[in-house]
Design a protein around this ligand. Structure first.
Ligand code: NAD
Length: 360
């Protein structure tokens, strides 16, 4: 395991994408959002993705420096096409449109279609919460057929994340942000590179047996080689039995079908679709009860007696906040394999050895 300071990691990732053909501004955004995922403790959506993003750029599956195309534009609705641009460019641009419309009207909905991988969805809920807005995000990943529905063994869903952000007066927002699978695919990727193993029942084989061996998802692979989920015979399981499986279905229909990306199917190219709904509490609740109620209710819920000695009740977003404080202080930990594959990727696009940052 190595440790690297967040600013150095951000700059290194940005240098890789500049060499790979993205503008300086887009490269900096990719560095910012990937490192933000690492800082939040979601290594699965962090810099581990660098070689895969570079490969996708090389293959033309994702396109540098795309601007959004506005397909529908009313005072409260926008449908925007990311045209397979980097998610780190098109998702914040779509979120900005939703925030502006919501501030003007009290409510807005933005459907983003055909986005490159948008990474950690919580970043966009945090963006809205920073402006005092509640947001709800339904996301799918068309073309990334990974998850078996409740009662089935064959893959039908993507890991289809769901996210809700609620601003909290004077404090960081509550951010509920998770894949509707037992684990996000990136967590299996991290496990396959020597990182934290996924839970023992996270995956299901074609025979209906559960397990946690990443080969169930990726088939055979070399330690430093690429992982291709199309090579494995197994699936990730939907979380929460019929309830999680039902939520995944809604993410596919709202984030995928309604956004115009399309619900997940094996013959579609990879694209994230995201339907985001923004609400301005100040317009819905002119008596301004909401903020105080959020604070009161958080305290009330957290005061529940811990189930285990020394345990505590945590709020959505609290784990990430703690990771951020720790990793900003101590640097981001990365498994050796992950670091080596990023350095190898940097070399492959022409980043000089002198630009590889020192690590602990
Ligand atoms: P996860 O299982 O770690 O769950 C995270 C959520 O649970 C957070 O809201 C967190 O605050 C909360 N949480 C964690 N521990 C808690 C505790 N002890 N008590 C109370 N709440 C707790 O997340 P995941 O499913 O592995 O997803 C990881 C990331 O992957 C997310 O940011 C998601 O947006 C992202 N993702 C993206 C895509 C994509 O296609 N772009 C697909 C899937 C997932």
């Amino acid at each position: 395991m190595i440790h690297i300071a967040a600013p150095a990691l951000r700059d290194f990732v940005a240098a890789i994408f500049e060499k790979a053909g993205c503008s300086a501004a887009e490269s900096a955004r990719i560095g910012h959002y990937l490192v933000s995922a690492n800082l939040s403790g979601h290594d699965s959506h962090g810099v581990v993705r660098v070689p895969r993003y570079v490969q996708m750029k090389h293959d033309g599956a994702v396109v540098a420096d795309r601007e959004l195309e506005r397909v529908v534009d009313t005072p409260v609705i926008a449908v925007v096409d990311g045209r397979f641009g980097f998610g780190q460019t098109v998702a914040p641009a779509a979120t900005r449109i939703g925030i502006e419309k919501c501030k003007a009207s009290g409510l807005s909905a933005v459907a983003l279609r055909n986005a490159g991988h948008i990474g950690r969805v919580g970043d966009f809920a945090e963006m809205a919460a920073a402006e005092g807005l509640v947001s709800v995000h339904f996301v799918n990943a068309a073309g990334s057929v990974l998850v078996a529905p409740f009662g089935g063994v064959e893959r039908r869903f993507s890991t289809a994340p769901y996210c809700v952000g609620v601003p909290r007066p004077g404090q960081s927002p509550l951010v509920l942000d998770f894949a509707t699978s037992v684990v996000a695919e990136g967590k299996v990727l991290v496990a396959s590179q020597g990182g934290k193993p996924v839970p023992e029942d996270a995956l299901i084989g074609p025979d209906g047996r559960t397990g946690n061996d990443p080969h169930m998802l990726y088939g055979p692979y070399e330690p430093l080689g690429p992982r291709d989920h199309r090579q494995g015979e197994g699936a990730i399981r939907a979380f929460g039995d019929h309830k999680g499986s039902g939520l995944a279905m809604m993410c596919e229909l709202l984030g995928g079908a309604l956004s115009g990306t399309g619900a997940t199917a094996p013959d579609r190219p990879f694209a994230n679709g995201m339907l985001s709904i923004f609400l301005d509490p100040a317009r819905i609740d002119p008596s301004l009860m909401f903020g105080g109620e959020v604070l009161r209710y958080v305290d009330y819920v957290k005061s529940s007696r811990p189930a285990e000695p020394g345990g505590e009740v945590l709020m959505p977003g609290e784990v990430e906040e703690r990771y951020r404080a720790q990793r900003q202080r101590e640097g981001c930990p990365l498994p050796d394999d992950t670091w080596q594959s990023i350095v190898a990727c940097a070399r492959s696009v022409g980043v000089p050895q002198s630009a590889v940052p020192a690590v602990r």
